[in-house]
Ligand binder design. Sequence first.
Ligand SMILES: Cc1cc2nc3c(=O)[nH]c(=O)nc-3n(C[C@H](O)[C@H](O)[C@H](O)COP(=O)(O)OP(=O)(O)OC[C@H]3O[C@@H](n4cnc5c(N)ncnc54)[C@H](O)[C@@H]3O)c2cc1C
Length: 444
Amino acid sequence: MKIAIIGGGISGLSTALYIKQARPEVELHIFESKPNLGGTMATRDIDGFRFEIGSNGFLSNKPDTLDLVHAAGADDLLLRSSDDSRIRFIFHDGELQRLPESPPLFLKSRLLTVGGKLRVAMEPFIRAKRDDADETLQSFGYRRVGRQFTDVFLDAMSAGIYGNTPPMLSVNAAFPMVVALEREYGGLFKGMLKKKKKEAGPGGVLMSFKGGVGSFVEHLRNIIDAEFHIGNGVDRIESVNGRYRLRHGNAALDVDRVVLSTPAYAAADITADFDTALSAELAGIDYTPISVVGFGWNDLPHPLHGFGLLTTGASRQEVLGVLWDSSVFDDRAPDGRKMVRIMIGGQRQPELALQSDEDLISTGLRGLKSTMGIDTPPDVRFVQRWERGIPNYRVGHMARVARIRALAAQHPGLYLNSNAYDGIGINDCVRNSRLAAERLVAEL
Ligand SMILES: Cc1cc2nc3c(=O)[nH]c(=O)nc-3n(C[C@H](O)[C@H](O)[C@H](O)COP(=O)(O)OP(=O)(O)OC[C@H]3O[C@@H](n4cnc5c(N)ncnc54)[C@H](O)[C@@H]3O)c2cc1C
């Protein structure tokens, strides 16, 4: 039995591990088009500063990644974020303001006016939406918690997680748990109170890996018993006598099962001749451009006390946020030195993500000055541009994914699994990988 996983990001690698642990006898092939595994999970070391090219961690309030780490025997690689990283800021109305972590701090916060806070307090009295129709995060927020809360908190949050904006995101696809609170309990406050009673326990802690997320990818590479075809992208698949033929460069490999763990646009290319309807639906999932600019200092006077900041669209900044990575994880910069990563572009200003390296660095420096007052020239610089960084979960995304699943189901032995479909967080990717592996193994 030969199985191919196409795409060596966390989705492909965790699917591979779970399949191999359930059925050690299968012959597994992992194809990755780039020279390195990990996809958006990789770490670049520059003079001892460790810059994440994309994700820097996952929350511990969902069990999925922690379970994977345990299954991979990598518990000793886990790194907990510092307690100070619970301190977060929003740049709004021309100033940096602390994100309120409790109701009394929310009441004191200058992020909303008294009217804006009263509108949030009205939330339990707003009638629940009766239909299941998909809705933007903006329309959901305006209905339930009012304009101000949406334009400040939800706007900053959607930039921080999705590089996106509330009018463009489907709340059903991007925040299904929030929609479930309204549907099941009639409102967000009511739902949160009832859930808290049922599931008493600590909230999530941001977790990562010693040496950066790349060290976990490296570990997976070492323990997964598979043939790795790295720097060897699959161009297309064909159906041959009930099996799949993978064409890569001038070579071909016939396998019994295929898991497509690439971004949706790459899956669209791979299936273009194989199933045009499936390919067209996959190509319909567009991606948000986002770039990461990193700076390291040997001597920076700013204390970087906290996790970092997010900006609001109304604040008219050129940066989406600044993550104070050396304060969040203690091994990201050499002792006594500091580093940050700046997110630029997103759906708010996609063109800014696509600038030259030099212009991205200048944009990052201007963003630091205007949000934090930092003008100390950095000693180390890092740039990572993602022209198609994060899948854009628009209104209609879930219906499209249902059509994709129905079309894929017509091809027994073909599975689709990546952050393009049912969640972009590492926890989502790992959970969906485990489910895909279980389905594949059950159908062997
Ligand atoms: C800037 C940024 C910051 C992020 N921060 C966080 C965070 O802090 N926490 C979090 O939980 N999530 C974060 N995310 C999201 C998270 O990183 C991703 O959702 C997750 O890592 C995606 O994994 P994946 O395997 O589904 O896709 P990818 O990582 O995109 O992997 C897909 C792989 O397929 C390969 N591929 C493409 N075409 C082919 C082909 N034809 N043949 C073979 N291989 C191919 C690609 O090269 C790639 O390696 C971030 C994303 C970005 C862009």
